[in-house]
Write a protein that binds this ligand. Structure first.
Ligand SMILES: [Zn+2]
Length: 456
């Protein structure tokens, strides 16, 4: 195979584009500037403000202007609206009936800031602004305490749940990151192709309620959500075990191994590390941590592409606890995580949408033609693309091993490459070198038709 490689490349040169691409290592100076404008000082000020509401429980009072979730959501709305007239900031509101951990009827409001792009396809950056504290917190739950007792329903279900629940890391950190990126993106002056949505969810602690409601609405209204970057507990670098790690961030994505969410996680690793080389993205090939959930899963469950950012070393004794206060935050760490989000979301929002590699009949458009031993890849062109990049790897292993830039074509033949031995994918690229995430060629699962037998 190695002997064949020059021939493969030579064969591909005929497809190579006329337009001059940015070299793979090239950075877009506008994205460099956007990433560098993330402010630790502003992140800190947002966190202190969020902490000042004392509780942001979804079940807390809404009549105070200084305390509880009503005050918090109004402040978030006004804060994001102040950044730019381009941002369309609204409450995404639902009347929620009693169910599960919703112990009385409530009005739930996500706070949503939309930065319109040239196309309606949407990329979300999100966190949850609601908070929760219960006796013993997550530390007690992890130590095997009876969580039924810890989360027992209040004596009077109609009384607001107003106990102190600062929630500065869970998830003030993801909320502050989202709010700060709403500012940075809306003030960047960049004309993005995708529409960016900065979403602060509520009801996460009651079972991803705000995210599930919004995802349901997106399905019903056919809102084209291309990707969700969800951030939940991303501000602490001191693990409860004593280990300190301020240089890495975990990104969880549901399988199977070439799902679009996995492709998004690989994309974040690839582009986050280019623009923020001092920070390492650790993709995690699982939906989330054991027994723990986050809003990205609400989108996954309805078929959307979504990943969850999580700090690398958690301190469980502070989570869901009155001790989740400002002193548990590392602003330099939170800012690095914000920069990784900013770099990868900006690249994706400038890039064309990922090409489709699936036929109208749902089959991957990959064959062995013309010789029967070649890799023949076809895809559907993406609007705005001036070229495509092919990726492949041995059919054992999580990360792409090879890539090749091809021109503005929708078909490439890699001679004498057995398609059974490699995973292939393709990304769309615009004239500035901005790349979509990779669409991988995968076989759909086979339907099981039971074999009929004849009774004797
Ligand atoms: Zn959380």
């Amino acid at each position: 195979m190695r002997r064949m490689l020059p021939f493969c490349v030579a064969a591909l040169l005929q497809f190579t584009a006329v337009p001059l691409f940015a070299q793979p290592a090239d950075l877009d100076p506008r994205i460099v500037k956007l990433v560098s404008s993330v402010s630790e000082e502003r992140l800190g000020a947002i966190l202190k403000k969020l902490e000042s509401f004392e509780t942001r429980s979804t079940m807390s009072s809404t009549d105070s202007t200084t305390r509880g979730i009503g005050a918090a959501r109004e402040w978030i709305r006004q804060e994001m609206a102040s950044y730019s007239p381009k941002l369309q900031v609204t409450f995404d509101t639902y009347q929620v009936a009693v169910q599960g951990r919703i112990t009385r009827p409530i009005e739930l409001r996500n706070v949503m800031a939309i930065l319109p792009g040239r196309s309606p396809r949407r990329i979300y950056v999100s966190g949850h602004y609601d908070s929760l504290a219960r006796p013993g917190g997550q530390g007690a739950s992890n130590s095997g305490a009876d969580t039924e007792t810890l989360t027992a329903r209040p004596a009077d279900p109609n009384a607001p749940l107003d106990n102190f629940a600062p929630g500065v890391n869970d998830d003030g950190s993801g909320t502050a990151l989202t709010i700060e990126l709403a500012r940075v993106f809306s003030q960047s002056g960049i004309d993005f192709d995708a529409t960016l949505v900065f979403m602060c969810h509520a009801g996460e602690e009651q079972g991803l309620v705000g995210a599930r409601l919004h995802a349901q609405r997106a399905v019903a209204e056919k809102i084209p959500i291309e990707a969700v970057f969800n951030n939940d507990i991303v501000g602490g670098d001191h693990g409860g075990s004593g280990i300190i790690d301020g240089a890495t961030i975990r990104v969880y994505s549901e399988g199977p191994e070439d799902s679009t969410s996995r492709a998004l996680a690989r994309f974040i690793e690839r582009w986050g590390e280019r623009y923020v080389p001092s920070h390492t993205v650790r993709p995690m090939a699982r939906p989330d941590r054991f027994g723990r959930g986050g809003d990205h899963s609400a989108y996954n469950q309805l078929g959307f592409t979504a990943v969850g950012f999580r700090e690398s070393r958690e301190n469980f004794t502070k989570q869901h606890d009155v001790r989740d206060t400002y002193d548990g935050i590392s602003l330099p760490y939170l800012a690095q995580n914000a920069r990784v989000n900013a770099a990868s979301a900006a690249t994706l929002a400038l890039a064309p949408p990922p090409p489709s590699v699936v036929s109208v009949r749902g089959q991957a458009m990959i064959t062995r033609a013309p010789t029967g031993y070649d890799a023949n890849l076809k895809w559907t062109s993406s609007p705005g693309a001036v070229g495509y990049r092919i990726f492949w790897r041995e059919a054992w292993g999580p990360d792409w091993q090879h890539d090749l830039l091809v021109g503005n074509v929708t078909n490439v033949v890699l001679p004498n490459m057995q398609i059974d031995d490699f995973v292939f994918g393709v990304a769309a690229i615009d004239a500035g070198g901005h790349e979509s995430f990779v669409s991988a060629y995968v076989s759909p699962p086979r339907a099981n038709t039971p074999i009929k037998t004849v009774s004797q």
